[in-house]
Design a protein around this ligand. Structure first.
Ligand code: FES
Length: 153
């Protein structure tokens, strides 16, 4: 059962404080725990840091790893930049979407999985690569990627 977003923000304030410099840390904390940042958390962060809600939203929309839409407990981010694109990213994405019955940027009905693409994650020499809940996986094949994602809780 996910925790109350305001409770997470309160905990983050104790940890990081309420200065402007704590904004990204607070957003990251909520995003990591819930896989997205609900409006109620954005409002609580804005109030605590004395930054306008509009500005907090602009920071959230700037960073692609933040989401204001609910996402799955597990987030697969397949790199779609040139080295990965040229070494089979398209086939891997196709295999993942077929295996788990969702399109890109969709979440499975049971809330288990969201598949996204991302720009380069710095593992070009081991392409194709993806992040699964922030953990890197490299030298992927469609089979290897599906095996990794099948093994998630
Ligand atoms: S292009 Fe995919 S990790 Fe750099």
């Amino acid at each position: 059962m996910p925790r109350n977003p305001e409770e997470i923000v309160t905990e983050g304030i104790i940890e990081f404080g309420t200065g402007r410099e704590s904004l990204v840390q607070l957003l990251t904390k909520v995003n990591e725990e819930l896989s997205w940042i609900p409006t109620i958390a954005i409002e609580a962060i804005a109030k605590a840091t004395r930054i306008s809600v509009a500005e907090v939203y602009s920071v959230v929309s700037f960073y692609s790893f933040f989401s204001i839409e609910p996402r799955g407990r597990n987030i697969v981010r397949l790199c779609s930049t040139i080295s990965c694109a040229m070494t089979g990213q398209g086939e891997i994405l196709e295999a993942l979407m077929n295996e788990f019955g969702i399109e890109l940027f969709e979440t499975t009905d049971d809330g288990r999985l969201t598949i996204e693409t991302t720009s380069c994650i710095g593992l070009c020499d081991q392409a194709p690569a993806m992040l699964v809940n922030g953990e890197p996986h490299v030298k992927l094949t469609p089979e290897k990627a599906c095996d990794i994602v099948r093994g998630l809780e």
